[in-house]
Design a protein around this ligand. Structure first.
Ligand SMILES: Nc1ncnc2c1ncn2[C@@H]1O[C@H](COP(=O)(O)OP(=O)(O)OP(=O)(O)O)[C@@H](O)[C@H]1O
Ligand SMILES: [Mg+2]
Length: 340
């Protein structure tokens, strides 16, 4: 559930490869129903989810959902190795209370042991994650209202990383040593992250997204936002659209990407990016990949989280090509089913 809509991905084991995309659905929600990651109009979101589920026609009820990263406090801590589950819980809770600006009763707290700490052999690195109970409940309630059974609550950026890591693992040498930048261009924001050897080395959020394009269409051609959204996607627009709206948008996008890279170079020890992946619904705007590749001189392509998976016959490949970059997080969530 994100600001532009509800997205569902259903994966099953493949015949020749590990996973097969069985079905997916994207259902838009009205602007403002989810704003800044907060569910403002739960009924609207539930309606969209119900429509999406009906279109999917799936009998699967178990679901993995994600919280927006902005609503989750995460922290890496170090704890003694070899404690009991109960002791870890206790330790995590007392550590967490130092970082969380709410009463511990008001948050959902979880943790994962990452492995032996680099500094001390008898210590382990632990990732803790905490989110306001009411925020978690908002999403759980919507899923349950629609007959789903929430089994997993992830963090959206972590889920997206799962999907990216799988794709990067198919690069030469499993992508080791490559500095990979991902630009997730959504409806109101672009999330930038740079990954090297499975570690996130840079993260940033920029105010750029397809909503600008939709608003321009509304303003210039007197369309309703719904009409503008639809016409934007199917490309049914007057010729002046190309020069007056699309080109400036693409230029702006390429400039913003360049600016983010420059900021990355000046604020980290890294001096190069080897590859750019574009994700998010607005990454498929015509000309954007080419403009970014041209401006940055870095090989740039759309990120399809389903690369290397089998695709069910019922999925329309042409539509999937346009939708796939928007499904990175949802795909990463569905991949949780395949966790060992
Ligand atoms: N085929 C398409 N052509 C152009 N734009 C598209 C297409 N499909 C989706 N979009 C645009 O992508 C945007 C939605 O992308 P996405 O689903 O990644 O956003 P989001 O994650 O909900 O939003 P945000 O990250 O800003 O909170 C919308 O602005 C939508 O108009
Ligand atoms: Mg997004």
């Amino acid at each position: 559930m994100s600001s532009s809509g509800v997205k569902i991905v259903e994966l099953v084991p493949g015949e020749k490869s590990a996973m097969r995309l069985l079905r997916y659905a994207i259902e838009p929600i009205e602007r403002g129903a989810i704003a800044d990651g907060n569910v403002e109009q739960p009924e609207q979101v539930a309606d969209a989810l119900n429509r999406a589920l009906r279109r999917m026609g799936s009998r699967t009820r178990d679901a993995a959902l994600a919280m927006p990263a902005s609503a989750v406090i995460t922290k890496r801590i170090t704890l003694p190795a070899g404690l009991s589950e109960e002791d870890y819980e206790f330790q995590v809770e007392s550590e967490a209370s130092q970082y969380i600006p709410f009463a511990i009763e008001e948050v959902n707290l979880d943790f994962q042991i990452l492995g032996v700490a680099a500094s001390e052999e008898d210590e382990v690195d632990v990732l803790l994650a905490a989110s306001r109970k009411e925020k978690v409940e908002d999403r759980v309630a919507i899923a349950e209202m629609c007959g789903l059974k929430p089994m997993v609550m992830d963090v959206d950026t972590y889920a997206a990383r799962q999907a990216l890591d799988r794709v990067a693992g198919m690069l030469p040498n499993q992508g080791q040593g490559l500095v990979i930048a991902v630009f997730d261009i959504g409806s109101v924001v672009t999330n930038v992250s740079v990954v090297l050897n499975g570690q996130t080395v840079f993260e940033r959020e920029q105010a750029f997204g397809g909503q600008h394009l939709t608003q321009d269409l509304v303003r210039l051609y007197g369309l309703t936002p719904e009409e503008a959204e639809l016409k934007k996607r199917v490309g049914d627009l007057p010729e002046s659209f190309q020069t007056d709206v699309l080109q400036p948008f693409v230029e702006q996008g390429a400039s913003d990407v360049m600016r983010a890279l420059q900021f990355f170079f000046t604020s980290t020890p890294y001096a190069r990016v080897d590859r750019i992946y574009l994700a998010g619904g607005s990454s498929v705007v015509p000309g954007l990949v080419e403009a970014i590749a041209d401006r940055t001189q870095v090989p740039t392509e759309l990120l399809s989280p389903f690369q290397g998976m089998e695709i069910a016959d019922t999925v329309r490949e042409k539509q999937l090509r346009l939708d796939a970059p928007a499904l990175v997080t949802a795909c990463g969530l569905a991949m949780r089913r395949f966790d060992a």
